[in-house]
Design a protein around this ligand. Structure first.
Ligand SMILES: [Zn+2]
Ligand SMILES: [Zn+2]
Length: 352
């Protein structure tokens, strides 16, 4: 080991799903940080807020009133970015440019009537019920002829622009396939054709052989901080068997997946004893009637923070060049998550 470099990793790692290089430059720990201060989100929230548009019984901007729902509650987004009623009479652009109607369906899924809880604080049964809701949504929206992809995602925390802490995610069911999924689908199909195996199976196999980056697992589900992580605390959660979407998972697999997802999110919150901000996205096969047998459903969680008050800046390499520069090594960051207890820090201690 080169003394000057210490124990940090300094290399480029190949991202097999995105087919791009990640520069891992974790040998520069003493380098001065270019920092962004992130305000701590430690305020205590009430279980119900009268002017929250997601709490049960409240009216929304559209004038519609939320029912006194239990469990998860789905409704059409009152400010949709894509809609079936989007304008069709569009101005024709010049030359090489072209456009089309922003057709799609945008929905909101409230995880729970409780304003003050995060996904990590729901019971395993409640997380299972949320997965069942996601299954229904993917099935219902995906089978519509005009919908080619169903993107389910949660933005969590003020640093990713969420002003309302009521736990919820969004669904964008669109007439196009989002770029990352399009790339993953193409890579997965090619790999299956060339090798006869889903590429994600090989990723799981490599992580299981190595063992060092696995956060938690059970019989049919696994969470790991991948070898090729672009963000310091990036985590993938996946079923061990290839399922092209959440719909293909049976009840036992849903239970296992819920347990591993929940434990991962608890470990995130425990890390700094604060609600851990992230962007969480379900990566599922497109619903464009193509053959996606090689696509392996997984959830990707991208936390924007490197430290409690340090934001990962996207700058020249990422925005300008399109490849990520990581200042941390996945093998070191995962140790922090592995060291956390599997019970949420806000939970009451078990009675003796
Ligand atoms: Zn609320
Ligand atoms: Zn993915």
């Amino acid at each position: 080991m080169n003394e000057e470099l210490g124990t940090g990793v300094w290399e480029e790692r190949w991202h097999p799903l995105r087919e791009e290089w990640i520069i891992v430059a974790a040998h520069r720990q003493d380098r001065p940080w270019s920092v962004e201060t992130v305000p701590h989100e430690q305020q205590v929230l009430p279980p119900y807020v009268a002017d929250c548009y997601l709490c049960p019984g409240n009216s929304r901007i559209s004038g519609l009133v939320n029912p006194p729902y239990q469990g998860a509650y789905v409704f059409d987004n009152d400010h949709p970015c894509v809609g079936l009623n989007a304008p069709t009479d569009l101005p024709k652009p010049t030359g090489i440019y072209h456009n089309r109607p922003a057709h799609g369906i945008a929905r909101v899924v409230c995880y729970t009537p409780r304003h003050d809880l995060a996904l990590a604080q729901l019971t395993t049964t409640e997380v299972e019920n949320l997965l069942a809701t996601w299954q229904c949504q993917y099935k219902e929206l995906g089978q519509r002829a005009e919908i080619n992809h169903v993107l389910v995602f949660e933005n969590k925390g003020e640093v990713v622009g969420v002003s309302n802490p009521h736990p919820h995610c969004q669904i964008y069911a669109t007439n196009f396939v989002f770029k990352t999924i399009e790339t993953e689908a193409a890579v997965s199909a090619r790999h299956l054709a060339e090798t006869g195996r889903p590429i994600f199976q090989e990723i799981i196999e490599a992580e299981q052989r190595d063992q060092t980056r696995i956060i938690c697992e059970n019989e049919s589900a696994v969470a790991f901080l991948p070898y090729f992580a672009r963000y310091a605390y990036e985590v993938f959660v996946a079923p061990k068997q290839t399922r092209t979407s959440i719909v293909e998972m049976n009840d036992a697999e849903v239970q296992d997946f819920a347990a591993v997802l929940r434990e991962t999110l608890i470990r995130f919150d425990n890390l700094w004893q604060m609600p851990f901000p992230y962007v969480m996205t379900l990566h599922q096969a497109p619903t464009d009637a193509q053959d996606h047998r090689g696509f392996h459903f997984h959830i990707e969680i991208h936390p924007p923070l490197r430290k409690p008050n340090l934001l990962k800046y996207l700058a020249g390499p990422e925005i300008g060049g399109g490849n990520f520069l990581s200042d941390t090594s996945p093998e070191q960051k995962v140790m922090e998550l592995r060291a956390q207890p599997a019970q949420h820090y806000t939970a009451n201690p078990q009675p003796e």
